[in-house]
Design a protein around this ligand. Structure first.
Ligand SMILES: Cc1ncc(COP(=O)(O)O)c(C=O)c1O
Length: 376
């Protein structure tokens, strides 16, 4: 079976460097909040042209902590989309806030035209999800947020490096949340996440919340008052081992994004005359192709035949969140019309795409798909 994603190929190429650096890290005697995490925070901010930021334990935590930092809780409403990964929604619900789903456009992203009718007096935050590696229509979303005095938290879990009008994601909202889950554009070898922000006030809050509300002073003492909490917080640390790995991988990530784009171009070129609906890249956007998602009404037949050819296919995601047991009868989950979300969920599937995938494999996959479609 062809590997859907493979961190192993990438690890093999970085192994010497990683093992040497990990030994150094482990010998340093510092497992948390050490030089590796501090270096990563600085470098990640620089790499993505962000203003401030902190590393945390995961993107789920990043969204939860950002919401807490903005004071979101019981009685508030947060807008997002239903075709996202579960954690976007679980992070909102963990704060006690209600979730309101906005329908999507034909790029699978929050449809700005459908936001306004979802806004009520209780709405406090919009969470646009830059799904599959493509940035949302941030001009329209920012305009609406300004008009209704709403905060924006960008879910950048799948879109590290993506650009909207030459600006990288994570720099538009009050906060941006990134994931370093191993399959992501920049992946650790375990969990990891990041919160970016343009607000120094929010930076200080989220920094406290990630560590039990304890004030962290990086300049002199590591902590002002070691065992004293200033506000309710949780434990969400990016450890030194994951930070060491991420520091090494950060220098490679642009070349991996280029490779993803190269493979995506081959898919688009080879499949353009078929009945598959292919991903479109808006003129003003830089896609990072975390996933290459196509749509076809008869996807089950196509997937079955691809599997027969030992090509494993994933669906991201087969169930919109509002259709899931955990959320479908929940009075804290609301939505109006999600017809595009529901239609897309029935036909989408993701073709294999990861940086170590060979061009000849992509050509083989496209050849098989063309034959399947012809025989259908
Ligand atoms: C869109 C989106 N948001 C949030 C997350 C949560 O990321 P993490 O696994 O780092 O908590 C993911 C990861 O699957 C995701 O794809």
């Amino acid at each position: 079976m062809m590997n859907y994603w493979s961190y192993l190929n990438e690890y093999k190429s970085l192994r010497k460097n990683i093992l040497k650096s990990l030994d150094k890290t482990l010998m340093s005697g510092q497992l948390f909040f050490g030089n590796q995490m501090k270096k990563f925070e600085k470098e990640f901010i620089k790499h993505n042209n962000l203003k401030y930021g902190i590393a945390v334990g995961s993107c789920t935590d990043a969204i939860y902590i950002s919401l807490l930092g903005l004071g979101i809780g019981l009685g508030d409403e947060v807008l997002t989309v239903s075709n996202t990964a579960i954690p976007t929604v679980s992070a909102i619900r963990s704060t006690g806030a209600k979730v309101k789903f906005v329908d999507i456009d034909h790029n699978y992203l929050m449809d700005p035209k459908k936001i306004e009718k979802c806004i009520s007096k209780k709405t406090k935050v919009i969470i646009p999800v830059h799904l599959y590696g493509l940035a949302c229509e941030m001009d329209s979303i920012c305009k609406l947020a300004k008009k209704y005095n709403l905060k924006i938290i960008e879910d950048c879990a799948q879109a590290q490096g993506a650009k909207y009008k030459s600006r990288k994601v994570g720099s538009f909202g009050d906060a941006g949340c990134f994931s370093f889950y191993p399959t992501k554009i920049l992946g650790a070898y375990g969990d990891g996440g990041f919160i970016s922000t343009n607000s120094y006030k929010l930076l200080k809050k989220v920094r406290r919340i990630r560590f039990y509300g304890i004030e962290q002073n990086d300049k002199k003492n590591r902590f002002n008052k070691k065992y004293y909490s200033n506000q309710h917080g949780i434990n969400s640390r990016l450890d030194e081992i994951q930070s060491t790995i991420l520091n090494i991988k950060l220098s490679k990530v642009n070349s991996w994004i280029n490779k993803r784009n190269k493979l995506a171009k081959i898919y688009s070129r080879e499949l353009k005359k078929t009945s598959l609906v292919l991903p479109k890249v808006p003129e003003n956007s830089k896609h990072v192709f975390h996933l290459y998602v196509v749509y076809h009404k008869k996807r089950e037949i196509i997937i079955k035949n691809l599997n027969k050819n030992k090509i494993k296919i994933n669906i991201n995601y087969p169930f919109p969140i509002h259709k899931m047991k955990a959320y479908n009868r929940n009075k804290n989950v609301k939505y109006h019309n999600l017809s595009t979300t529901e239609k897309m969920a029935k036909g989408i599937f993701s073709l294999p795409l990861y940086p170590s995938l060979k061009e000849e494999n992509v050509l083989r996959i496209t050849k098989i798909i063309k034959k399947i479609l012809k025989d259908m």
